[in-house]
Design a protein around this ligand. Structure first.
Ligand code: GLA
Length: 376
């Protein structure tokens, strides 16, 4: 990826790039739809990323060639207008920076990504963090992960129109090699958590897709807000399981299931972080399996393919646990497996899934990498 964006830059601009930036995608190990409920999440970055090779411009133009789409992003920072396609993420970040009082200036470059789009691996958050990093380099401010993640989230919420939480941008900005991050989405505090010894994380892309502006994502968020409102709290984070059990019978049946997912999931994330820190792969796996059931039955964000993939994964030797990951309604599942069985796991699940669905999945072992960075 680094070579591809560098060579393309040289071709387009007859010069070497001044900076090369990468921002990784992520896989969430546990804690789904808890971030916008002010709760806990445990994502890790993956070794797939958005890359940008660039140089500053002396004016307010931004010009980004894409190696993945046939059209560039081209806009003037003094007059940003709405447009369909991938450039909306770059424009949204520029807009949100200005709204927050930053003074972004122009640059030009080449972008490319190897994060599958719409798969639940945060291709858009990685794009936002790469663009924010690019602006921070050319316009001269320190890339502070929490602040830049909020900028990306605002771009997503108010410019793109997907009412997503803070998890994806924050892990892409603040990721650490070989660690997942336990994030408290209320105060954005972060605790790096290593994977249990001799385990591997496997991402399993079902080859089905979501779109957060079109899927039930925004609807789920509204349901959580309605449940919090009914329970008299600002966010479901503030309801304990005991309290919920005492009061749940008064809640509408649908909202009760939605809230139960969030409240039990928050508890599972904290248990999972403890299990991982204590090398408890088996315990971590059990929590992942329970999380999947909760997303399937209570939160209703899985599809048939995700359920098939997770069942197949869970039945393989050496698999500690598996669940769907990300916003849902399609995309990827994730499994924690014994490291020395990982290759066999990948090929067995691939064959079994293809046979069961007639779809060709993309299944790969992944490693946690550093968050948004300038590699040159
Ligand atoms: C998407 C959103 C995140 C989070 C997850 C679900 O990835 O961008 O903010 O809500 O879905 O956990």
């Amino acid at each position: 990826m680094k070579n591809a964006v560098t060579q393309a830059f040289e071709k387009y601009f007859q010069d070497s790039p001044l900076y090369i930036i990468r921002a990784p995608g992520r896989v969430n190990l546990i804690g789904e739809h808890t971030d916008y409920n002010d709760g806990f999440v445990l994502p890790m970055t993956i070794d797939r990323a958005v890359w940008i090779a660039l140089r500053p411009r002396a004016d307010y133009q931004v010009f980004i060639h894409s190696l993945d789409f046939p059209y560039p992003a081209a806009f003037n920072l003094k007059a940003i207008t709405h447009q369909k396609g991938w450039s909306k993420y770059a424009k949204g970040v520029a807009w949100a920076l200005q709204e927050a009082g930053f003074h972004p200036t122009g640059w030009e470059g080449v972008i490319s990504s190897d994060i599958p789009i719409g798969a639940g691996l945060s291709s858009s958050a990685a794009l936002e963090m790469a663009v924010a990093k690019a602006f921070s380099m050319v316009s001269g401010w320190k890339f502070e992960p929490g602040i830049m993640a909020r900028i990306g989230q605002r771009a997503e919420n108010e410019w793109v129109g997907a009412n997503t939480g803070i998890m994806d941008q924050l892990v892409s900005a603040a990721g650490q090699a070989n660690h997942a991050l336990l994030i408290d989405c209320r105060d954005l505090s972060i605790q790096p958590i290593p994977l249990p010894n001799e385990t591997a994380v496997v991402v399993m892309d079902t080859a089905t897709r979501h779109s957060h502006t079109a899927s039930g994502y925004n609807e789920r968020r509204e349901e959580c807000e309605a449940a919090a409102n009914f329970l008299g709290v600002s966010h479901l984070r503030d309801v304990s399981l005991e309290e919920f059990n005492m009061r749940a019978s008064n809640l509408d049946e649908l909202l009760r299931r939605r809230a139960r997912h969030v409240i039990t999931e928050n508890a599972r994330v904290l248990q999972a972080a403890n299990a991982m820190s204590a090398n408890g792969a088996a315990q971590m796996g059990k929590l992942m399996n329970a999380s999947h059931v909760s997303m399937r039955d209570d939160f209703e964000i899985t599809n048939d393919e995700l359920n098939i993939m997770v069942n197949l994964a869970q039945s393989q030797p050496g698999c500690f646990g598996a669940r769907m990951t990300g916003g849902g309604f399609g995309g990827c599942a994730v499994a924690l497996v014994q490291a020395n069985t990982a290759n066999a796991f990948v090929s067995s699940v691939h064959a079994a899934y293809q046979k069961a669905t007639n779809l060709t999945p993309n299944i790969f072992v992944c490693q946690a990498t550093k968050g948004a960075e300038t590699v040159r």
